[in-house]
Write a protein that binds this ligand. Structure first.
Ligand code: C2O
Ligand code: CU
Ligand code: CU
Length: 548
């Protein structure tokens, strides 16, 4: 590597995430914005409209059941907020919702009756909530058309943004694609303290951003999609392509969910005249970080969430700040050259005959553009923030957000998990999913570390565990574009510093996580560990986990 290249990487590293130098985080909008320079894609997209904001009814409407039982009907429905064709309807106190955003207090009991009015089986999974097997919804038979299933569980999880979506094996990708998902906001004291400190009002200055790429209304997965995951040609933000949000000169909180089947985003901010701007990372999948971090960008894979602040308090009326997904190497089976040469030296001990024997077909970029989709890792503007009003706003970001107690891994046993491809399918430890089988058996109330290793000649896999949150301990042999963003000597990214339920493992990378399998439920429980690239999941890149 030349010196120049090294300096460049160092500079890139500095562009990653940093602990806060002080108390304030000015993200200065470059001024004055050249009107109209908002990115070719958005300008070209006449369809772009205002960002959809969840209200107190309707699509993604905010619904606090306060312990009241809810009836959720899964059905085919014309998409009012986008091109979705399936969803969940709920009626509550005279209000009608589609895919309600459930607002739940930590400790609250949730009672939901699911009615399947679809023509195919379905079942709901509460992604990120630590519930027992019956309520987790994955290791149980799905609900046949016309049947019902009832959930009762206590929400023990930290305040954060979680989500719900179907989990009928083999049908999950299509149902999520068609619009069957919703958000869950779990509230707790840390959440309330943050909202109070920054005067955040949900639906106004605190806004969810649901990212989903689409390729038409119907779900049609080709062989190439089943291999790589389905990539669309439009990216919807809350159901709209390249929407705008009119804002005032203050701090905004965005709670981002990547609800895409397969696409990873490299999120960053930019002024209309092209300057990169930083944001504050507040939290990850399962709650707030201990302390905020200033970040220039963050990768967000399928099912991952990030919680960020954008400080526009110095912005002038007329400024525009853009949220974009930046260019990166998607690394779909095309690792070659010096890094691939390290493969056997660094990871020879993990090589298994089955996975060595077969290499997934190399990516054909022309083929990946099928149906007009654009490849993963392409720069695209996602959202325009248009500053329309100057207001007096003086709040400061708190220095402490929550308490994160590291899992004690002293007594932990380590479990190796290899992600690979063989006999035409993505596999975990050379296996594919079979209902009723639990190749991963864990002793309850113990701590384990999982060493998840991805082959060099692979693609990124967003690995998700049901039932338990985990902590990322270490990343090793990360590709350059990831290593450049590390924030500590363990190779971790800023987004690895909070509680997680999904972690992206890049080709050639080893990610070590810690899981405390303390189980609050009597009896043996079964959960899932799988790739959240939905085509990989439906294709069997999933294993049952028995905790007994
Ligand atoms: Cu988002 Cu197995 O789940
Ligand atoms: Cu899950
Ligand atoms: Cu995968």
């Amino acid at each position: 590597m030349s010196m120049r290249r090294r300096d460049l990487l160092k500079a890139l590293g500095a562009l990653g995430c940093a602990a806060l130098p002080g108390r304030t985080l000015p993200v200065r909008a470059a001024s004055p914005a050249a009107a109209g320079v908002v990115g070719d894609y958005c300008v070209a997209n006449a369809a772009s409209g205002a960002l959809f904001l969840p209200a107190s009814a309707g699509w993604f409407g905010r619904l606090a059941p306060d312990g009241a039982p809810l009836t959720m009907r899964a059905l085919t429905i014309a998409g009012a907020a986008g091109t979705w064709t399936q969803g969940f309807t709920v009626e509550h106190r005279g209000r009608r919702f589609v895919n309600p955003t459930l607002i739940i207090e930590r400790g609250e009991r949730v009672r939901i009756d699911l009615q399947n009015a679809l023509l195919e089986p379905t079942i709901v999974h509460w992604h990120g909530l630590a519930v027992d097997t019956h309520n987790d919804g994955a290791a149980v038979p799905p609900v046949a058309p016309g049947e019902r299933y009832s959930y009762t569980f206590d929400v023990r999880d930290r305040g954060s943004l979680y989500w719900y979506h179907p989990h009928p094996h083999g049908l999950t990708a299509g149902q999520i694609y068609r619009g069957m998902f919703g958000l869950i906001e779990v509230e707790d004291d840390d959440e309330r303290a943050l909202r109070a400190a920054l005067d955040l009002v949900p639906g106004k200055s605190e806004v969810p951003l649901i990212l989903q790429d689409r390729r038409g209304a119907e779900y049609t997965a080709t062989d190439s999609d089943r291999l790589h995951g389905l990539f669309g040609n439009d990216i919807l933000v809350n159901g709209t392509v390249c929407p705008y949000l009119d804002v005032a000169s203050r701090i905004y909180r965005f709670r981002v969910l990547n609800a895409s089947n397969a696409r990873t985003y490299r999120l960053g901010l930019r002024s209309a005249d092209g300057k990169a701007l930083s944001f504050t990372l507040l939290g990850t999948d399962a709650g707030l970080l201990a302390a905020p971090r200033r970040c220039d960008e963050a990768f967000v894979a399928s099912a991952e969430r990030i919680d960020i602040l954008v400080d526009l308090s110095d912005a002038a009326v007329g400024d525009t700040v853009l949220l974009e997904t930046r260019a990166f190497d998607p690394m779909h089976m095309e690792m070659a050259g010096p890094v691939a040469a390290m493969d056997h030296a660094a990871m020879g001990h993990m090589a298994s005959p089955a996975a060595e024997a077969e290499t997934p077909p190399a990516v054909d970029h022309a083929a990946m553009g099928h149906g007009g989709s654009f490849p993963e890792g392409t720069l695209r503007t996602l959202l325009q923030l248009r500053v329309r009003e100057r207001i007096a706003y003086r709040a400061r970001i708190p220095e402490r957000l929550s308490t994160i107690v590291p899992i004690d891994v002293g007594p932990a046993t380590e479990r190796p998990l290899r992600l690979g491809f063989a006999k035409g399918r993505w596999r975990i430890n050379d296996r594919v999913f079979a209902m009723g089988e639990t190749p991963i058996e864990v002793k309850r109330d113990t701590v384990e570390t999982w060493l998840i290793r991805n082959y060099f000649n692979s693609m990124p896999h967003a690995m998700h565990l049901h039932g338990f949150h985990f902590q990322v301990l270490e990343r090793e042999t990360s590709p350059e574009q990831i290593a450049a963003l590390k924030v500590d000597g363990h190779g971790r990214l800023a987004t690895d510093l909070g509680w997680k339920d999904t972690v992206l493992v890049w080709p050639g990378e080893s990610v070590k996580i810690a899981i405390d399998f303390t189980l609050p439920f009597a009896g043996e429980q079964t959960y899932m560990f799988h790739c959240h690239n939905l085509e990989h999941e439906d294709g069997g890149m999933m294993l049952g986990v028995k905790v007994a």
